[in-house]
Design a protein. Structure first.
Length: 579
């Protein structure tokens, strides 16, 4: 068979069911073999997006929602470079992606041929690994290794750039070997920080702690069974848990020991617990600057056990007391086994000592349950809208997706999740335009329920062409656009820290989003007031249609609490009075 047919067989053997992409000249053979495979009854399904950036964000959304590998196709040159933002986004958020791009024919590589771009050079720093395949003989090995790398250790994106001639050249290989383990040699690094080697130190830190707290990151979300075993550990010893933006949905905020999101726009209980604790069990998190405002001060008076599958993240941003290189689920399983050892009685005694600490942070959570009072001025508020929707839509089958900005942080504060992986957002890169295509990918990863997308008037316009793609989804997507005629987060920072000089953050020429939706054949509703919202929202949520809701919201609404850049977690600001 030819190289393109081999790729199809490989993906089938890896149980891939969805491919997102956009065709072009250098991948026509690949798409021709895809056509043949589908015609012959293959389970492969291709979703044609309207832009390559939409394709890779959709693949991210699919991967985050299903914990499978997202697969994306693109042609050479501009098609491949349009994947760059999504690759960088997936790299920072540890999303398993296999991107297959076309390249000019092997003899033309390096000669500035039509639609040639050096994708190895372009993506070197934003992929976990990348390849250029010039010869057909290398293809099976590269595919197998790329798949392994994307899904091993810390997940991440891998790009395979394939010369056009490789798609059409013949390969002599047994069909049964497509997508099976091909032997390749990789040097295994010794792990000096295993749980077993650090076990005595873990016990020592736990038994001498008076104010422990868990900080759960995205690594807990992506590790199978980790959220469940984390909850078992929490409940066994009454240890509270805060989480990062990427860790949201590992535990529902209504759980008695859940403190909510920590960080720049985190909740008071979570940030205060991190600031006052004497022991942090940080799992699957990289201590980003949005979680820890002042890294130097953060670890000064506390011990930190940092469990992460990526050794490169340990002590990179925050100096830790005890490093453990381990998968999140394995870490919590090991912690649970401590209770069956000789220190069982000691830990049971510690539970009693930790009671006062638990009460302190839980009381704070309950007393500051509403850190921002909603002023019912008649203008629509993002917070009121999301709070109402979050109370209505709480089931396991409901997934929330956000774009980036003020609405993203409010959604992180307000939404509830009883199932891991039901909150999807762009964390590390903060990519505007992520929301709509990611919601599409998320919807393709579901066979029931619904997807609720929160987007701003700025973010939605960055990939608004994907309204054409959203019509294909198997479950309804509810698209809520908050139109405050501002780049909201930019405006808020300009107000507080730049003297109210709103330089290029006013969007006073926004289109009628309902007319755009209608042009794409999507039902739409425009809501201008609180009265109108409460009159229409229940029907919007309960029908089984894709609906775009254009909400005209208060342009002066801000997100609180906020920790100004460089400040510590306890230095939260709750009002307009920012020095």
């Amino acid at each position: 068979m030819n190289g393109a047919a081999y790729i199809m067989k490989f993906l089938e053997r890896k149980n891939v069911d969805i491919i997102f992409g956009y065709p072009g000249g250098k991948v026509l053979m690949l798409y021709d073999e895809l056509y043949k495979a589908i015609e012959s009854g293959s389970k492969l399904n291709h979703i044609l997006t309207r832009h390559e950036q939409g394709a890779i964000h959709a693949a991210e959304g699919y991967a985050k929602a299903t914990k499978k590998t997202g697969v994306v196709f693109a042609t050479s040159g501009p098609g491949a470079t349009n994947l760059v933002t999504g690759l960088a986004d997936a790299m920072l958020d540890s999303v398993p992606i296999l991107a297959i791009t076309g390249q000019v024919v092997t003899p033309s590589i390096g000669h500035d041929a039509f639609q040639e771009a050096d994708m190895l050079g372009v993506t070197l720093s934003i992929t976990k690994h990348n390849y250029l395949v010039r010869e057909i003989e290398k293809l099976p090995y590269v595919l197998e290794e790329a798949w392994h790398i994307a899904r091993s250790g810390r997940y991440g994106p891998v790009l395979i750039d394939i010369a056009q001639n490789v798609f059409s050249e013949k390969i002599d290989i047994d069909l049964e070997n497509c997508g099976t383990e091909i032997k390749y040699t990789r040097r295994e690094r010794k792990n000096p920080h295993t749980f077993e080697l650090q076990k005595s130190k873990v016990i020592d830190l736990l038994t001498h702690s008076f104010r422990p707290v868990i900080l759960a990151g995205g690594g807990v979300n992506s590790s199978d069974n980790a959220p469940e075993n984390m909850r078992k550990f929490m409940e066994k010893y009454n240890i509270p848990c805060a989480y990062t933006l990427m860790g949201k949905s590992v535990i529902d905020i209504i759980h008695p020991l859940a403190l909510g999101m920590a960080g720049m726009h985190g909740l008071p209980a979570a940030n205060t617990a991190l600031a006052k604790s004497d022991l942090i069990l940080a799992v699957g998190t990289r201590f980003s600057d949005r979680t820890i405002g002042n890294p130097q001060a953060f670890s000064r008076l506390k011990s930190i056990i940092h469990a992460d599958i990526d050794v490169a993240e340990i002590s990179k941003n925050v100096k830790v007391t005890l490093p453990i290189v381990i998968d999140a689920n394995e870490f919590f399983l090991n912690l649970l086994e401590l209770g069956d050892s000789d220190i069982t009685n000691i830990l049971e005694e510690k539970k009693k000592q930790w009671f006062d600490w638990i009460q302190e942070v839980i009381v704070l959570k309950e007393s500051v349950d509403d850190p921002v009072k909603i002023l019912f001025s008649g203008k629509l508020k993002m917070r009121e809208i999301m709070r109402y929707i979050a109370k209505k839509e709480t089931g396991d089958d409901v997934s929330y997706v956000t774009d980036v900005g003020q609405h993203q942080m409010i959604a992180a504060q307000e939404t509830h999740h009883s199932k891991s992986g039901t909150f999807l957002s762009s964390g590390g890169l903060g990519t505007m335009g992520f929301g709509l295509p990611a919601a599409i990918g998320c919807a393709f990863g579901k066979d029931k329920g619904k997807v609720i997308l929160f987007s701003g008037d700025g973010g939605i316009q960055m990939n608004i062409q994907e309204l054409a793609t959203v019509r294909k989804v198997p479950v309804p997507v509810k698209i809520f656009i908050f139109d405050n005629k501002r780049l909201g987060m930019v405006r808020q920072w300009q107000k507080h820290f730049y003297g109210g000089r709103y330089s290029q953050s006013v969007l006073d020429d926004n289109p009628d989003f309902c007319m755009i939706a209608n042009a794409y054949g999507i039902e739409s509703v425009k809501i201008n007031s609180r009265k109108d919202f409460f009159k229409k929202i229940d029907n919007i949520l309960t029908n089984d249609k894709i609906v775009l809701v254009h909400l005209v919201t208060d342009p002066e609404e801000n997100v609180y609490p906020i920790i100004p850049g460089g400040k510590s977690n306890h230095e939260m600001i709750f009002s307009e009075e920012i020095e």
